[in-house]
Design a protein around this ligand. Structure first.
Ligand SMILES: C[S@@+](CC[C@H](N)C(=O)[O-])C[C@H]1O[C@@H](n2cnc3c(N)ncnc32)[C@H](O)[C@@H]1O
Ligand SMILES: [Zn+2]
Ligand SMILES: [Zn+2]
Ligand SMILES: [Zn+2]
Ligand SMILES: [Zn+2]
Ligand SMILES: [Zn+2]
Ligand SMILES: [Zn+2]
Length: 565
């Protein structure tokens, strides 16, 4: 352990021999310091949902002996963080609330609570607003979006994206939607059921935002953490979810998930895989069972990681945009386009993207693509990922971003102002061997979630290694960063990727934009930790103030967010 040259932190799944300790957000996740060459680092538990110590500071070494007193204190702390009301109580309140006269229906803006008449006095110094029955059906418009940029910033779909999703699901014949972190889609489905005479669509919202429990019944909302697949409502919630996953005659279910963008791919993939397995368990009747249809909404530069974890998912060109995000907009040009895409196991040719918005069908790729995504006859794909028109390099024999140029010294396409001649692209990032690349490293186990193999063990559930050699430039830059010690450094490195939104927000404030921005041209953000490497999901290495200070670390690898400037 002493000799571990740490390369970052990685998440360990399915390897624990005892249950993980819990924080107020349910079972914690187990992480391990990754060392050069795959040596074992010390493992520790940390919160699955919060990336800011201020929100949840849970930390425990895996091998730590925890005193009775600390366990008791932890239990009390977890209890004290429980919601004021149970979902059952919220439902009883909603029943009373709906029977009130219009002028009695009040919402406390400060407490974000639907008030009963007897509670008015206690909130008399708070800002109250009347709630119409229309507003009661549109909680996402009544509740201010959560703004904790590190944990659960709520970016709500524009009408364009929400309606596209709903209409697509209807066209595909789905009758039940499991809405994971998609309150606005859930709301739209419920509104459609109320407003039209069409056959109703069933919808169940799973979200960590307990405020929604005030508006929905127990069969419509479950308090859920998608990073550890934890249902807060215990058995009653499990029964609701189990029942929802069961399709009766003529019913077809689909899951639509829109996790917070800073979230780790691996635990999300694990939760979605577990949901799919629960769905499959309801449908296996001896024959072959297909996977649960799903749409996972996430930025395009996570594609390699998502596909590594869930190989059946394909990325579509559709650009998802958000009402309360000034930069995640559709139809703008260049870097202003939204980087958020749909990843799905539904056959891409069945997902018709709107022609009037500039999408077209590529008969060679058998999928709908964005207008600037031109088919390359040499690669035989429509290659663009970021919405810009890519160009073919006949030396690299692949299509590359428009801003890249082929460099003879480096024998690859890269940015014109790259550190020419650096040998960072050679060899394996896991073990350091020059004989192979990381993908074929014998020391590396793969991340893949799926059905149980013959042995009963989940296929590739344990993901190890992905350890990465550091380049000289990174080592040098790291020296400039002050060293943290112990748990602080572990939590710090664990949270690094999630710090981007905050860093970007600071920049955004300066630029007059207050929300995080991921510019498609630059795969991470305008002010991302440029050049830092990502081990699996975890950003490792160094923190650099901005893009412009590091122009030399744009070499691509599956672990590194590409930055094309
Ligand atoms: C990017 S927003 C997506 C909202 C969606 N675009 C919509 O309009 O319906 C992320 C959603 O995930 C929820 N969320 C954040 N962290 C979560 C967690 N750990 N478990 C479950 N839901 C979470 C948030 O409350 C929010 O509703
Ligand atoms: Zn926590
Ligand atoms: Zn109040
Ligand atoms: Zn094509
Ligand atoms: Zn090409
Ligand atoms: Zn080239
Ligand atoms: Zn070069």
């Amino acid at each position: 352990m002493e000799n571990c040259e740490s390369l970052g932190i990685e998440l360990i799944l399915h390897e624990q021999d005892r249950p993980a300790p819990s924080c107020p957000h349910g079972p914690t996740l187990l992480f391990e310091k990754a060392c050069v060459g795959g040596a074992k680092g010390r493992r520790f538990y940390a919160c699955s949902a919060c990336r800011d110590r201020k929100d949840c500071n849970f930390f425990q070494w895996e091998d730590e002996k925890v005193s009775e007193a600390r366990l008791l204190a932890r239990e009390q702390e977890n209890k004290s963080k429980m919601p004021t009301f149970t979902h059952k109580e919220y439902c009883a309140r909603l029943k009373k609330f709906t029977s009130l006269m219009l002028h009695e229906k009040m919402f406390c803006v400060e407490c974000e609570l639907l008030l009963l008449p007897e509670e008015r006095l206690a909130h008399s110094s708070h800002r109250l607003s009347e709630v119409t029955s229309v507003q009661l059906r549109r909680p996402s418009a009544l509740l201010p979006p959560l703004e904790n940029k590190k944990s659960n910033a709520q970016y709500l779909f524009t009408d364009r994206s929400a309606h596209f999703l709903l209409e697509t699901l209807l066209r595909l014949g789905f009758t039940k939607v499991l809405c994971v972190g998609t309150p606005r889609l859930h709301e739209l489905i419920m509104l459609r059921n109320f407003e039209t005479k069409e056959k109703p669509m069933k919808s169940l919202l799973l979200d960590i935002d307990i405020r929604y429990a005030q508006f929905y019944g127990q069969r419509e909302f479950c308090h859920y953490n998608m990073f550890n697949h934890h249902l807060f409502g215990a058995k009653a919630s499990r029964d609701v979810l189990q029942g929802f996953l069961c399709e009766s005659e003529g019913e077809r279910l689909v899951m639509v998930a829109d996790p917070p963008f800073g979230g780790l791919v691996k635990p999300l993939a694990n939760s979605f895989s577990l949901l799919s397995q629960a769905w499959e368990a309801q449908h296996s009747n001896g024959g072959s069972v297909s996977e649960m249809p799903m749409i996972w909404i996430f930025p395009y530069f996570f594609e390699p990681r998502i596909v590594e974890c869930l190989p059946s998912l394909k990325m579509l060109d559709y650009q998802v945009d958000y009402e309360n995000h000034p930069l995640y907009k559709h139809g703008k040009s260049g870097r202003k386009q939204s980087p958020v895409r749909l990843f799905t196991n539904i056959c891409p040719k069945d997902l018709v993207l709107p022609k009037e918005e500039g999408y077209r069908f590529c008969s060679l790729c058998q999928r709908y693509v964005w207008s600037l995504n031109k088919h390359c006859s040499k690669c035989n794909v429509c290659p663009s990922k970021d919405g810009r028109e890519w160009k073919h390099c006949s030396i690299c024999e692949k299509c590359v971003k428009p801003s890249w140029k082929h460099c003879g010294s480096c024998s690859r396409c890269t940015l014109p102002d790259h550190p020419c001649g650096s040998k960072t692209d050679q060899g394996c990032f896991n073990c350091g061997s020059l004989a192979h690349k990381r993908n074929s490293c014998p020391q590396r186990e793969r991340t893949k979630f799926g059905k149980k193999g013959k042995t009963g063990k989940k296929m590739g559930a344990v993901v190890k290694a992905n350890a990465i050699r550091k380049s000289g430039a990174e080592r040098k830059a790291k020296k400039a960063v002050p060293k943290l010690q112990g748990p602080a450094v572990l939590l710090q490195s664990l949270r690094m990727p999630m710090c981007w939104p905050v860093m970007v927000a600071v920049l955004g404030a300066v630029l007059g934009a207050c929300l995080p921005a991921l510019a498609p041209g630059c795969d991470v953000s305008r002010n991302h930790i440029c050049g830092a490497r990502v081990q699996g999901d975890i950003m490792i290495g160094l923190m650099l103030p901005s893009h412009d200070s590091v122009q030399n670390l744009n070499r691509t690898s599956p672990e590194r967010y590409q930055c094309s400037k």
